[in-house]
Structures are given as structure tokens and as C-alpha cells.
Design a protein around this ligand. Structure first.
Ligand code: NAD
Ligand code: IPM
Ligand code: MN
Length: 355
């Protein structure tokens, strides 16, 4: 028998609502396996900061590190809340965890499930995965500003790109591409403007490509990539890109695949030295929080990524199938609560087991 120690960070806004459903599904899918999920909940986020002034303490981090994996809902208060100005929960907590736990791969799959309505008129078959770098780029941030408060204020934010950091995420992307049917990899960047895009990213892709002769490699500027996300998303198989471009592209990917409520992600440390963290792509959605309006599907599909990462591939597939079933049966006229969607997916999972 196997025990999995899971750190659960429900977070803010809709985070706790969608995480409750994800944990429900996790319990249901592992019930018949010889797997015990031992959860510990960490109350982190904007609400906690407002209460205690803490964002992510050393003790939090040390304790979270003792787990096999992390499930996170969403963090962040209402954008513009002046009380959170100095806290910056997103940077201090979310990036704090991604950086401290060396989550250098941010894996964001995009599939249009059968029966799901895409805002695109004729999207065709869409099934790609974005491998977003997770520990570098402009997210490292120096927040540099000089002459603040004068008309000559200068602000700059350095994009940090190391050969080590680029190579490891590019290598991971090639491995993913190699394991897929189409074996296509697209580097998305901005080589026409950003010098390091060509001198570092493209160069490293070219070098690593020599080790993967079966993978077909191409390149798109990020602006052009957004065109094809809308006009021909079926052309993509695996995309590799930097932290900021990957952030923007994956909200777009979520939108074309039927909505942000369906998009899952994994912040992965492939070495296994640190626990990986799974979370929906969306944020805390203060506009709909506390009303059971959030779609928990993204959080539930993040559980599938988590199970996959832990080697429980059969359980992962069962979660995916149950979600696909639920999506195929979804009615566009009846609106279900967050818990009703979670319950429906649990029922589909359980029915499958009995069959
Ligand atoms: P958001 O993703 O929270 O919301 C964008 C829009 O999508 C909103 O209209 C929201 O109602 C809708 N939406 C999001 N998730 C949904 C779901 N599951 N079901 C139905 N609708 C959903 O993005 P935002 O408004 O830019 O950010 C809100 C807060 O969340 C900010 O503080 C932001 O920094 C934070 N944020 C956190 C994460 C994270 O924790 N991983 C990710 C993104 C944003
Ligand atoms: C995401 C979010 C985060 C990011 C923010 C909240 C720091 O938008 O997970 O996509 O930019 O990575
Ligand atoms: Mn984002």
C-alpha cells in the first residue's frame, strides 16, 4: 500500500470552492486502489496576510516541502485592493513556491474535449501542450526604478534567462514531444526583437534538437502564435516558451478550449528533489467567489496531472475519462453549482468502477 502526503493550499476567492471538489475526486478515484491520501491544509493567501501579515514563512515552506505533492486552488485578493499593495501575494506566495521548489516546468495542456463548445467556429481537433518555463524570465524581476516620483522616473524589469534554465526546460519539452504521436515542437519567442531569444533560446533548441532527430521543430514569434491559436490551433503539438509568454498564451489556450474553468496545470520539478504543485490556470476570481459559480473542472483536471506525476497513471486516466464524460453530457441551459459538478464527476468515476 502507498501513502501520498499531499499539501493542500485552498487559497483565496474560488480557490477553496474548487479545491473542495478536487479533493473529493481525489478521494473517490483512489478509494479502490491501495493508495491513501494524507492531506494537510495550509491556509495561505490574501486572507491570511490580512489576518497575520504573513505571506509564506520559512516554517510554511519547510513544512510544505515534507509532502509528496501540492494541490493549490488560487491565491490573490481583489485586484487593486490597497491593503494588499505591499504584500503582493502572487509574487510572494505563488512565485515564492515555484521558485523555492524549483518548478522549472509549467505544464499546461490544451484540449478541446468532445461536446465542449469553443468560441472558435471550426477549431478542428485541438490537443497541444504548452511547456512554459517556470523559474526565470521577467518573473525573476528586479523591480528596478530610479528617480521615482520625478518626471524622469525610469522603470525596468530584467528578464533573467540562463543557459542552464533554458536548456533544462527545452530538454523537457523535447522529451514530451518525443513521447507524443505527432512529435512536433514549436519554440515561441520574439527573436526579431529580443536578442537573447535568438542567441540563447533558439540556439539551445537547435543544439538539443540534434539529440531528437524524430522531433520536427519549428519556430513562431509570439505575436504570430496568437494568430494561429485562433485560426489553426490544430497545428500545435508541443510548444516551449518563456515564463511570461507562456502565461499569456495559456489563458488564450484556455479560452479557445472552452473556458478558463477547464484549464489545468502542473508546476513540475522533474528531478523529484522538490514536491511538484498542481493548480488550475485560473485565479481567485473575486467576481464570482463564494457563490458556488466556479467551474471546478480545471482543479479536477489538475488532480489528473498530479496523479500522472506520481505515477498513478491509471487513476489519472480515470479522472480524465470521468471529466470527459461529464463535459460531453453538460447542458448549456442548466447551470450547476461548483459542488454539483464535482459530485457529477465523482458519480461518473464510481459508476465506471462498478462496471
Ligand atoms: P481570474 O482567472 O481569477 O479571473 C478571470 C475571469 O475568469 C473572471 O471573470 C472569473 O470569474 C473567470 N473565472 C476564473 N476561474 C473560473 C472558474 N473556475 N469558473 C468560472 N469562471 C472562472 O483572473 P484575474 O481576475 O485576473 O485575477 C484574480 C486574482 O487571482 C488576482 O489577484 C490574480 O493575481 C490572481 N491570480 C492567481 C492565480 C493563481 O493563484 N494561480 C492565477 C491567476 C490570477
Ligand atoms: C498563472 C498566474 C500567475 C502567473 C500569477 C498570479 C503570478 O497568472 O499561474 O498563470 O503569472 O504565473
Ligand atoms: Mn496566468
Amino acid at each position: 500500500s502507498r501513502t501520498i502526503k499531499l499539501a493542500v493550499i485552498p487559497g483565496d476567492g474560488i480557490g477553496p470552492e474548487v479545491v473542495a471538489e478536487a479533493v473529493k475526486v481525489l478521494g473517490a478515484v483512489t478509494a479502490r486502489d491501495d493508495v491513501t491520501i494524507e492531506t494537510s491544509t495550509f491556509q495561505l493567501g490574501a486572507a491570511r496576510f490580512l489576518e497575520t501579515g504573513d505571506v509564506l514563512t520559512d516554517a510554511d515552506l519547510a513544512s510544505i516541502q515534507q509532502h509528496d505533492a501540492i494541490l493549490l486552488g488560487a491565491v490573490g485578493g481583489v485586484p487593486g485592493d490597497p491593503r494588499l499593495k505591499d504584500a503582493n501575494i502572487e509574487r510572494g506566495l505563488l512565485l515564492g513556491l515555484r521558485f523555492a521548489l524549483d518548478h522549472y516546468v509549467n505544464l499546461r495542456p490544451c484540449t478541446i474535449y468532445p461536446g465542449v463548445t469553443s468560441p472558435l467556429a471550426a477549431p478542428g481537433v485541438v490537443d497541444f501542450v504548452v511547456v512554459r518555463e517556470g523559474t526565470e524570465g521577467p518573473y525573476v524581476g528586479n523591480g528596478g526604478a530610479i528617480r521615482r516620483g520625478t518626471p524622469q522616473e525610469v522603470a525596468n524589469e530584467v528578464s533573467v534567462n540562463t543557459a542552464y534554465g533554458v536548456e533544462r526546460v527545452v530538454r523537457y519539452a523535447f522529451e514530451v514531444a518525443q513521447g507524443r504521436e505527432r512529435k512536433r515542437l514549436t519554440l515561441v519567442h520574439k527573436t526579431n526583437v529580443l536578442v537573447f531569444a535568438g542567441s540563447l533560446w533558439q540556439r539551445i533548441v537547435n543544439e538539443v534538437a540534434l539529440e531528437y532527430p524524430q522531433v520536427a521543430v519549428d519556430y513562431l514569434h509570439v505575436d504570430a502564435a496568437t494568430i494561429f491559436f485562433v485560426t489553426n490551433p490544430g497545428r500545435f503539438d508541443v510548444l516551449v516558451t518563456d515564463n511570461l509568454f507562456g502565461d499569456i498564451l495559456t489563458d488564450l489556450a484556455a479560452a479557445i478550449s472552452g473556458g478558463i474553468g477547464l484549464a489545468a496545470s502542473g508546476n513540475i520539478n522533474p528531478t523529484g528533489r522538490f514536491p511538484s504543485m498542481f493548480e488550475p490556470v485560473h485565479g481567485s476570481a473575486p467576481d464570482i467567489a463564494g457563490q458556488q459559480l466556479a467551474d471546478p473542472t480545471a482543479a479536477i483536471l489538475s488532480v489528473a496531472l498530479l496523479l500522472d506525476h506520481l505515477g498513478l497513471t491509471d487513476a489519472a486516466a480515470r479522472v480524465n475519462d470521468a471529466v470527459a464524460d461529464d463535459l460531453a453530457r453538460r447542458s448549456t441551459s442548466v447551470r450547476r453549482s461548483t459542488a454539483e459538478v464535482g459530485d457529477a464527476i465523482v458519480t461518473l468515476l464510481t459508476d465506471k468502477v462498478l462496471k
